[in-house]
Design a binder for this molecule. Structure first.
Ligand SMILES: Cc1cc2nc3c(=O)[nH]c(=O)nc-3n(C[C@H](O)[C@H](O)[C@H](O)COP(=O)(O)OP(=O)(O)OC[C@H]3O[C@@H](n4cnc5c(N)ncnc54)[C@H](O)[C@@H]3O)c2cc1C
Length: 470
């Protein structure tokens, strides 16, 4: 094995932090540069996407990949998973058919059962037999008219107009992902490794590719240069800037999106996440109602006046790998939103969801949105399961679209390091899950502090699944 190969990771989002944890846990010499003051502070993540059930238009192949990758992510960040299911309903006006969703869920259930058969440790979404459950209209009417409380279903039948949706509806073991808890877990894990040097508040301003990578960065107003043998670009939506520094061309999209944080004081139910399907970008785009502790609800609606934005999706050009978002989006990312726009968009999100969950109309704006820009590599903007690309012998780009892809991404990088004789081949797809253990109490404490420091309610750092009632 080659000795003392120095690996630089640019960007401490979920991609860069996870690859640093993975390679760091194998004893490699890693330096992680992050320009912000804490890790995993980029665009949000709230759904695990175990099976890609929120994307009716993506291929079955991508769905299966997302399922497998999500199971891996649960092992890497067990304290960040919110174990509450998701209810998926298709409105009567939508063109999707419950029968298609049923077919997809059955395939996913089968794939999940196979994964559990191969390795019992994969049984993290419950018994495969219960991966999903369907409810027809008669079931829901019976529940509504009885006094029986059916976990996750009773709130839905009490609040939603049962005439407005197609049947059956599906309760899926599709869990939440808490970004504050990922940040807390990544920070705790990385601080353990002496061979990982964590450079926060360190912005890379120039890279020269000259028989290794000469990296120039600014930290505390001082300029430094350091040389590395291997470069991992995990700069998220700004990955194109790194490509441009070293003149490596790559096609990609960048998309700006936002989810809104509301408080529904009057709620007395414990909710599943609820999804109402709808065509992306249309005025009836999908609505996602995501419960957090203390009656906070995060809302996405895939319409251009809430989650999506006119000109929010941009492409790289012939001369630059960095897609150019307009100044309004960059101001939101680097500085802040106008409060009037936060109120407008959040109130509209409340209105869209209360078209289905009637009493949600009393919800109020609770904080600034969770938002940001993310990259989508290649030339197909509907891609949802992506990992990494390589250019040359010692340059990798992390290009995840969903957080769940981080361990597959790390495996692909590992394979390249094995080919270069930097790592022993026995380490390929190595999974020592015990290494990722972090104490829950530690994460509760740190994640709530992170939520507060970023301007969000403290309760959003806690697990909703553990809240007793609301
Ligand atoms: C509204 C919204 C909702 C989303 N919901 C989900 C979801 O439910 N589930 C899911 O899996 N995904 C979701 N995503 C996607 C997810 O947020 C991204 O895929 C993920 O954050 C990408 O992680 P990353 O580490 O690649 O990039 P980032 O999180 O953007 O990290 C890149 C890091 O690099 C740093 N950096 C950049 N340039 C430099 C430099 N020059 N020097 C030093 N540091 C630098 C940045 O500060 C940043 O911290 C959502 C995205 C949005 C916008």
């Amino acid at each position: 094995m080659e000795d003392s190969v120095k690996i630089a990771v640019v960007g401490g989002g979920v991609a860069g932090s996870s690859v640093a944890i993975y390679l760091g846990s194998m004893g490699l010499d890693i330096t992680l540069f992050e320009k912000k003051s804490s890790l995993v502070d980029g665009p949000p993540m709230c759904h695990l996407h175990a099976g890609g059930n929120l994307y009716p238009d993506i291929s079955m192949e991508q769905c299966v990949k997302l399922l497998k990758e999500s199971i891996d992510l649960i092992h890497l960040y067990p304290q960040a998973i919110d174990y509450r299911p998701t209810l998926i309903a298709i409105p009567t006006y939508d063109t999707n058919k419950p029968s298609d969703l049923l077919k997809k869920l059955s395939i996913l259930q089968n794939e999940y059962a196979k994964l559990v058969q191969v390795d019992e440790r994969n049984k993290v979404l419950g018994d495969p037999k219960n991966y999903f459950k369907s409810y027809n209209k008669e079931d829901l009417i019976r529940i509504k008219e009885s006094n029986e409380y059916v976990e996750w279903i009773t709130p839905f039948v009490k609040e939603v107009d049962l005439e407005a949706i197609k049947y059956p509806i599906f309760l899926v073991q599709e869990y939440g992902l808490n970004v504050f808890r990922i940040a807390a877990s990544a920070t705790t894990l990385l601080e353990k490794y002496k061979n990982v040097s964590l450079n926060l508040n360190s912005e890379i301003t120039k890279i020269v590719d000259d028989n290794g990578y000469k990296i120039e960065y600014i930290k505390d107003n001082n300029r430094y240069t350091e040389k590395f043998d291997y470069l991992i670009n995990a700069a998220g939506f700004e990955s194109g800037k790194i490509d441009d520094y070293i003149e490596k061309k790559r096609d990609r999209f960048v998309e700006f999106k936002a989810a809104y944080v509301t408080k529904w004081e009057e709620n007395t139910h414990k909710w599943a996440e609820v999804i109402f399907f709808g065509k992306r970008g249309s005025s009836r785009g999908m609505r996602q109602f995501t419960p957090y502790s203390c009656n906070y609800f995060q809302i996405h609606t895939m319409t251009k006046d809430v989650t999506l934005f006119d000109n929010g999706l941009v492409k790289s050009s012939k001369t630059s790998s960095m897609p150019k978002l307009n100044d309004d989006f960059l101001n939101k990312i680097y500085y802040e939103w106008k409060w009037s726009e936060v109120e407008d968009r959040t109130n509209r999100s409340i209105e869209y969801v209360s078209n289905f969950i009637k009493n949600f109309k009393s919800a109020k704006v609770a904080s600034k949105p969770l938002y940001g820009a993310q990259q989508i590599p290649g030339v197909e903007d509907s891609l949802r399961a992506a990992e990494v690309s390589f250019d040359g012998e010692s340059y990798a780009r992390c290009e995840i679209v969903k957080a769940s892809s981080v361990l597959s991404m790390a495996d692909d990088i590992m394979l390249k390091l094995i080919e270069k004789n930097i790592v022993d081949k026995g380490m390929y797809k190595h999974r020592d899950y015990d290494k990722y253990y972090v104490e829950k109490e530690l994460i509760d404490d740190l994640s709530t502090k992170i939520a507060i420091s970023r301007g969000y309610p403290k309760c959003m750092g806690l697990l909703y699944s553990e809240t007793l009632y609301n």
